[in-house]
Design a protein around this ligand. Structure first.
Ligand code: MSP
Length: 524
């Protein structure tokens, strides 16, 4: 693989971000960091979707201009992503000038080609979805099933995109490319939706929506939000603006989006790209949704949780625990749930007890028995070495998991390796081996096996928990910059002889939440 381009959905700015938005951005950040660890030149795009009736209304309710309203909320998104260590290459806003140019260019090109035409239309518009729904999509009360609201009947003269022209080509593409829609259990849903796909409205009258990009050469219409939003994936990577960047990174290797907007990506977006004769993305990955205490987050239920609220409530110095929890709470792709109880239990078990304690007690023994030194005779070879073997297999399985974007499985495999190393220490009882002169070397070898395993674990788990990993790495006496270490560098024996640590340097890398120590820290 020569390059890797990952793009998230861009979030509506009618309200600040919650842990559902964060889920997608963290997953993308984890994948991005992993591909960088493969030495692949990678690009990560995220941003905000700022036009449309919903945002226009929210701004009006607050009595401010829509642009000022967007500017305010966008800062909240950027702050959250910074707090969560989500490190994108570009944050695109659909109100940016380069984007407006791209959207108008696409509109014009398709119009000139005859793929966009004007017609009058009567349809059912759901403001929540920012789209027209057909009768079959409504529930038995005639409501939008996602937003539990009655769509508005709208009669307008609009521009339409000839999506029906591309219907068969889209079906063929989906069938011929098993990695195009992932996870594969979502393919049938899209093929079913394709059965009754019609041409789609791509503009709204200016009277109904004024907050949008104007249709070129027709002042009475603005470009409909989905065309505007989807094209961000091109603008964000330099389309019409930075040829070098665009040539290098397009097409997207993965669009990371929620299951609710799969139709827009796998049908509408693909139709537009086909009409524009632009290369198609490799994968559209529809992830599941996060609920809170098993309920959908909603303003009316008052259960909308901002990521920063969790970090503050638990006085967490880094976002690692939350990142780790969200990425492992459910098999990636499926719906998941956040509860305080599950959060505490999971991170205490995996990060504090399993991972943190193992590092802490092994380094403590190294200090106690060998003054923090790795003896040259203690360095084990990888031959006939169970720990080395398991570590090597875990590196391979993590890579395989990431090939299929099975993020939660990757994390699970890493923790399994740690779990095994814990069992190994308990079986070998290095504290007993240290007592006798003739078994002292054996003790040093056991400690080496565990510490070398943990050195590799800190690299493997880095995309999930970058701060804890860095702390582990440093405590293991490693000097390179952890973010520059490649998976291909992970050869058994990387932990070299010499003094790697001292009593002052050994400290817990992650405190149990609600532990006395954590309590103490909170008080300070
Ligand atoms: N603006 C559109 C996307 C345009 S992409 C060209 C939109 N915005 S959104 O703010 O409603 O959602 C943004 C992303 O967050 C979507 O992928 C959506 O699925 C995801 N999520 C919103 N709530 C979520 C959860 N509760 N859980 C997981 N993801 C969720 O749709």
């Amino acid at each position: 693989m020569e390059k890797f381009y990952i793009a998230t959905a861009i979030d509506y700015v009618n309200a600040p971000p919650h842990i559902g938005h964060a889920y997608e951005k963290i997953a993308s950040d984890v994948i991005y960091r992993h591909f960088k660890q493969r030495g692949v030149s990678s690009y990560f795009l995220t941003g905000t979707d700022e036009h449309g009736i919903k945002i226009q209304k929210s701004a009006l309710d607050k009595g401010i201009d829509p642009q000022a309203f967007c500017d305010e909320i966008v800062e909240k998104f950027k702050n959250e992503w910074a707090l969560l260590d989500v490190k994108y290459d570009r944050f695109i806003r659909t109100t940016e000038k380069d984007h407006e140019n791209v959207v108008q260019h696409i509109f014009k090109t398709l119009f000139n080609k005859g793929d966009i035409y004007k017609a009058s239309y009567t349809g059912l518009y759901c403001a929540g979805c920012e789209c027209f729904l057909n009768e079959r999509e409504l529930d038995q009360n005639g409501f939008c099933p996602d937003h539990k609201a009655k769509p508005q009947e709208i009669m307008e003269e609009n521009y339409f995109f000839r999506l029906s022209k591309y219907k068969n080509k889209i079906i063929e593409h989906i069938k011929a490319n098993p990695r195009f829609i992932m996870p594969d259990y979502r393919v049938n849903e899209v093929l079913n939706q394709l059965k009754d796909i019609e041409d789609i409205s791509v503009s709204r009258s200016k009277e109904s929506v004024s907050w949008g990009i104007p249709v070129p050469d027709d002042e009475s219409q603005v470009i409909y939000v989905w065309i505007d939003a989807l094209s961000n994936y091109l603008t964000g990577v330099g389309y019409l603006n930075n040829d070098e960047l665009f040539k290098k990174f397009w097409s997207a290797n993965i669009h990371m989006i929620g299951k609710d907007i799969l139709k827009f990506h796998s049908i509408y977006w693909i139709g537009i790209l086909m009409a524009m004769e632009i290369e198609l993305p490799e994968t559209i990955y529809a992830h599941g949704w996060i609920t809170v205490d098993q309920s959908k987050m909603s303003k009316s239920l008052g259960n909308v949780i901002a990521p920063n609220a969790i970090l503050t409530a638990y006085q967490l110095e880094s976002p690692d625990a939350l990142r780790y929890f969200l990425m492992t709470t459910t098999p990636f792709g499926r719906d998941g749930n956040y509860s305080d109880e599950d959060f505490k239990n999971k991170v205490n078990a995996d990060l504090a007890n399993n991972l943190g304690n193992l590092l802490n007690r092994t380094l403590t023994m190294l200090v106690k028995y060998f003054d923090g030194n790795i003896l040259p005779e203690a360095i084990t070879s990888s031959e006939n070495n169970n720990q080395a073997d398991m570590t090597e297999k875990t590196v391979l399985s993590v890579i395989e998991n990431f090939n299929d974007y099975e993020i939660s499985n990757a994390a699970e495999n890493i923790i399994k390796l740690v779990d095994n190393a814990n069992k190994y220490v308990n079986e070998q009882a290095p504290w007993a081996l240290a007592k006798e002169e003739e078994t002292k070397l054996q003790c040093a070898q056991v400690l080496y096996n565990v510490l070398e395993t943990l050195r590799q674990v800190s690299v493997l788990i880095y995309p999930f928990t970058p701060n804890i990993s860095r702390e582990m790495w440093v405590q293991l006496g490693q000097e390179d910059n952890l973010s520059d270490v490649l998976l291909s560098d992970l050869k058994w024996g990387g932990l070299k002889e010499g003094k790697i640590t001292s009593a002052e340097q050994v400290k817990p890398v992650f405190l149990r939440m609600d532990s006395e120590l954590a309590g103490d820290k909170k008080k300070k």
